[in-house]
Design a protein around this ligand. Structure first.
Ligand code: ADE
Length: 253
């Protein structure tokens, strides 16, 4: 039976998951990272902090796949909203991911991963549907407005669509605008998902990405991101994952 790998870029994004792992969890240190191997809410898991960025995410994904017999990889954390419909407090589940900073023109088309012949990587439809359903249930049950106290979070939504990844924290209005123009269907921007996705694609391992929107990738991104990271990120991740894992949906293959 393969494990579920759960990866996050910052400690706060996975802290409550680590705290909830069963006693007897073992920690394996590889390449300056701790891999926590054990059971989380009835599901065999390996949980790791990747650190930020595409290289960090790719390295961590490669390690979990090669060392810990994983059958699926989930990346969870925060993202900046790009699409007009995606606001702070919403949840985005990836249907596919792409690397917005990949540009080997004129040798290859913009965004194409050289010698792989692909721009987008499709997330596992079944795992993504489960995440989407459970994110919706979580948001309906408790909402996010109480957690952060901002009027704009009054009615958070869950979206399924394209996530754009790059080695850039987008925090200027003009950068966000340029991305929105170039990638009109991208829902949000983050710094790891499509790198993990490329590695999983190359290994033939199903994967999913779930992101909570912490900011609008604009001039206020740093302040919003920091507040969200401290106050909300962990609540969302654990709140969505606990019922999903307890349902046993991911425990049996
Ligand atoms: N993760 C959360 N907010 C982000 C932003 N504005 N840019 C890139 N990654 C992010």
């Amino acid at each position: 039976m393969g494990r579920l790998a759960i990866l996050g870029a910052l400690h706060e994004e996975i802290a409550d998951l680590l705290a909830a792992m069963d006693p007897g969890t073992t920690i394996h240190r590889i390449a300056m990272r701790d891999f926590h191997v054990g059971t989380l809410w009835g599901t065999p898991c390996v949980i790791a902090l990747s650190r930020i960025g595409k290289v960090a995410a790719a390295a961590t994904a490669s390690i979990v796949i090669r060392e810990f017999q994983v059958s699926r990889v989930l990346f969870t954390g925060l993202a900046g909203g790009l699409h007009a419909d995606v606001d702070v407090g919403d949840v985005v589940v990836a249907s596919s991911l792409m690397q917005h900073d990949m540009d080997a023109r004129p040798l290859f088309d913009q965004h194409e991963i050289p010698l792989l012949g692909r721009v987008r990587f499709d997330a596992d439809a079944g795992l993504s549907a489960l995440l989407h359903d459970h994110a919706g249930q979580f948001i309906r049950a408790r909402g996010a407005s109480a957690a952060i106290g901002r009027a704009t979070l009054a009615a958070p939504n869950v979206h399924l669509g394209l996530i754009a990844t790059g080695d850039v924290f987008v925090s200027h209005n003009d950068e966000a605008l340029a991305l929105r123009k170039r990638l009109p269907d991208a829902l949000c921007v983050e710094m790891e998902g499509a790198a993990m996705a490329q590695v999983c694609y190359e290994f033939g391992i199903p994967f999913a990405v779930m992101r909570v929107i912490s900011d609008r990738a604009d001039h206020a991104a740093k302040t919003d991101f920091t507040a969200f990271l401290q106050n909300v990120a962990r609540v969302y991740t654990a709140g969505i994952m606990e019922p999903l894992l307890k349902s046993g949906a991911l425990a049996g293959d």
